[in-house]
Write a protein that binds this ligand. Sequence first.
Ligand SMILES: *[C@@H]1O[C@H](CO)[C@@H](O)[C@H](O)[C@H]1NC(C)=O
Ligand SMILES: *[C@@H]1O[C@H](CO)[C@@H](O)[C@H](O)[C@H]1NC(C)=O
Ligand SMILES: *[C@@H]1O[C@H](CO)[C@@H](O)[C@H](O)[C@H]1NC(C)=O
Ligand SMILES: *[C@@H]1O[C@H](CO)[C@@H](O)[C@H](O)[C@H]1NC(C)=O
Ligand SMILES: *[C@@H]1O[C@H](CO)[C@@H](O)[C@H](O)[C@H]1NC(C)=O
Length: 470
Amino acid sequence: MRPRLAAFRTWLSLCAFAREFWVYLNSIVLGEETSRNKCADFNSTTWLEYSQGTKLMVQYLLLTRQNANCASLFSQDCLNHTQKHTAYFNSSLPTKVIVHGYRALGSKPSWVSGVAQALLQEEDVNVLVVDWVYRASFAYNLVVENYKEVAVQISVLINQLTKYGSTLESFHFIGVSLGAHVSGFVGTLFEGKLGRITGLDPAGPMFKSADPYDRLDSSDALFVEAIHTDSDYFGISIPVGHVDFFLNGGMDQAGCARSRFASIFIYFPVYGYVICDHMRALHVYMSSLNGSCPLVGFPCSSYEEFLAGKCISCDGHFNGTCPQIGLLKNSGITASPLPNQEKVYLLTSAAAPYCAHHILVELKVSPLDKTGEVQLTLVSTGLPETEIKLKLNTDETQFKKVTAHPEQLCKIDSVQLKNIGGRFYRQGEIHFEYICISEIPQTRGIDPLCVKNINIRRGVLWAHDFVQVC
Ligand SMILES: *[C@@H]1O[C@H](CO)[C@@H](O)[C@H](O)[C@H]1NC(C)=O
Ligand SMILES: *[C@@H]1O[C@H](CO)[C@@H](O)[C@H](O)[C@H]1NC(C)=O
Ligand SMILES: *[C@@H]1O[C@H](CO)[C@@H](O)[C@H](O)[C@H]1NC(C)=O
Ligand SMILES: *[C@@H]1O[C@H](CO)[C@@H](O)[C@H](O)[C@H]1NC(C)=O
Ligand SMILES: *[C@@H]1O[C@H](CO)[C@@H](O)[C@H](O)[C@H]1NC(C)=O
């Protein structure tokens, strides 16, 4: 035990030394003003302070590759380059502006540094974080009355920044929930000339039926995208951008507990638990930033049609390229002009990094006397199995379904099928002319995996192994 403890102590003191050294380095590089200062942080608010009106309204935190772990406070005075610590903001680089949403408890949003660091990892940019916690706490309806004023304040800063060399096009706003509409209104004030706005589950309550002028819409920036994950409660259910990603239908997210009483909690602290669906947009976006796990969407008129295999390509408005969540220019959309309010659907997994493979299952049966029900299972060794249930009607012979699977097509080792129809009123034996599985979007040269001519009796498990290499 002893030597280990000693080693640990040495390590600790090394860490302490490294930290001191880092502060020392900073003090040389940045001048004494910021040295030994603590990192700037959100100005969290209590309701008491709110009612006394003693705190700052809006402040800005700046993070760059030089200070990715330690925000500095930023204001338009800092643009005066005679003041040392402003050397950080580089107006020839693009700027990401992060705007949080409603803060019921006046607490700081804990995810901000994660998003900032993921952005800085990918691109050399200025990250400006808007801290409007002071205006964003208190009752939701009062906060909604405030959001335009906050947007006006932000626009004043952006105006200053353009005087120092930033272009409007170089701004990319990332707004969470109500922050998406704040960003949208900043965009309105600049007549849609900002570069990009990403709305992460833009807030729904009090916005769904609002005039586009009052909410995020595709005229607010050169490119506007939104990710929808809770459109039945806190998120907006209508498309608001050039492209709108609806994850798992946009309402209920895998891995989030259901609560029928969610809406009751909107003014209450029991919060973190209930807003799982709503915050999923943010977590998926964060995870998409390094591009290690593609999240592509399929244009479709509804989630039901998408699941029914009716929207398996990105031809048409997207000119053959499916839009992808993340930092690709225009979400990877190459079509021109850009689509408008185009809903795209995708399935995700329940945990980071969230991406899943979309597998299309196609069945053709001989005509049925009675309806049937089958369970189909996709197996990739070592991974959770994917199970889907299909109802077979008597008036159809071809059935399709899209499902999410953790692996790509060539890593599906076997497919299983079981007739699970009830004893007397469902078809006892089903003849399948074929079962085919393929991955969408389909890649040229990769054929679906098909098995032909199968009879399946009730209760008997049928399985077929694929021998394939990727
Ligand atoms: C919070 O606001 C107060 C008053 O406006 C200011 O003096 C203080 O530095 C701020 N705190 C942080 C952590 O930014
Ligand atoms: C910059 O700051 C200095 C000193 O505080 C001041 O004299 C000068 O007018 C400022 N310049 C601008 C452009 O605001
Ligand atoms: C600002 O960014 C530009 C473009 O990347 C770079 O050439 C320049 O050196 C940067 N300026 C400072 C002061 O870091
Ligand atoms: C990308 O980010 C995710 C989530 O933040 C992380 O799990 C993954 O390791 C990262 N991948 C790469 C290649 O950096
Ligand atoms: C579609 O893409 C092709 C190249 O892939 C391009 O030549 C064509 O102009 C595009 N059409 C539209 C309408 O964007």
